[in-house]
Design a binder for this molecule. Structure first.
Ligand SMILES: [Fe+2]
Length: 287
């Protein structure tokens, strides 16, 4: 899975270059721009050329000067701030728990540990194709429920607060949302099985354990990460990854050592509705 692009020049890229890169992301799922050396501001500029950046709803993840950048980091900056460490260590699609997720995720590692840094991916369009006809029939036309509640990270400001108050905050700020369990990818036309182990907790109107069955079939409950359909993408200094946040679920693979690690992320809404049912929904940015 994925393609590598050499000698991409962010400053000199034409509109046609960006359009063909996007096309590549939709067809190949992951594009790795090699040898990038750009500032945080230039990363934001590049993100804007791909779409409308979504600022992460939880302020503790935001870059102090560029709110569009989500920072995953265990490294202290000069002013003593440390980012949020070990983010995304569970199968998920970004913003799946929000009413209007975004199409593209861009990640630009800043400090890459020598060992083990990487991201696992599963192609959920291919996962749908692998389902038995019986299971496809069961899932087609259904609606899945998603929530951030199980993987919400406790903020420094929540220390000493009653857990019930924190849980109520989560439900108020990010109430559960519904999305079609299978939708047609707006660019490739493929059906995508849009569920994740972290955020999807039910399929509406189904009492059975259909979610668990689908997660098992897709590989998201495999603890060995050795299935052929799980792709491990290693990250190197200078890599800038862009991936299709509709078709892929991903899971960070953090080093077990205490080596420094830091990464910037920008997420953008492209020009297509996230899924067909959102074509009519107004393009407001989630809170
Ligand atoms: Fe993520």
């Amino acid at each position: 899975m994925g393609v590598t692009v050499e000698q991409f020049d962010a400053a000199g890229a034409t509109a046609e270059d960006i359009a063909s890169l996007k096309e590549l992301v939709y067809r190949e799922r992951i594009v790795v721009l090699k040898g990038q050396d750009i500032s945080a501001a230039e990363f934001v500029e590049l993100g804007r050329r791909f779409g409308k950046p979504e600022v992460y709803y939880e302020p503790m993840y935001r870059h102090p000067e560029h709110e569009e950048i989500f920072v995953s980091s265990n490294v202290a900056t000069a002013d003593g701030r440390v980012g949020v460490p070990r983010t995304g260590e569970f199968w998920h699609a970004d913003y799946q728990f929000m009413p209007r997720p975004f199409g593209l995720t861009m990640v630009y590692p800043q400090v890459v540990p020598a060992q083990e840094r990487g991201t696992y991916y599963i192609d959920m369009a291919k996962a749908y194709q692998r389902l038995s006809p019986e299971l496809r029939e069961k899932v087609d036309g259904t609606v899945a429920r998603h929530s951030a509640r199980r993987y919400f990270k406790i903020r420094p400001s929540d220390v000493y607060r009653p857990i019930q108050d924190v849980l109520e905050d989560i439900e108020r700020k990010t109430p559960p949302v519904s999305h079609p369990t299978v939708f047609e990818h707006p660019v490739t036309g493929e059906p995508v099985l849009y569920i994740s182990a972290a955020f999807t907790y039910a399929i509406e109107g189904r009492e059975d354990d259909l979610v668990t069955e689908l997660l098992t079939e897709s590989g998201q409950l495999d603890a060995s990460f050795e299935r052929e359909d799980i792709h491990l993408q290693f990250l190197h200094k200078g890599d800038l990854l862009i991936w299709d946040n509709r078709a892929l679920v991903h899971r960070a693979r953090h080093a077990d050592t205490s080596e420094p690690a830091a990464s910037y992320r920008i997420t953008v809404h492209d020009e297509h509705p996230f899924h067909p049912a959102l074509a009519e929904r107004p393009a407001t940015v989630a809170p």
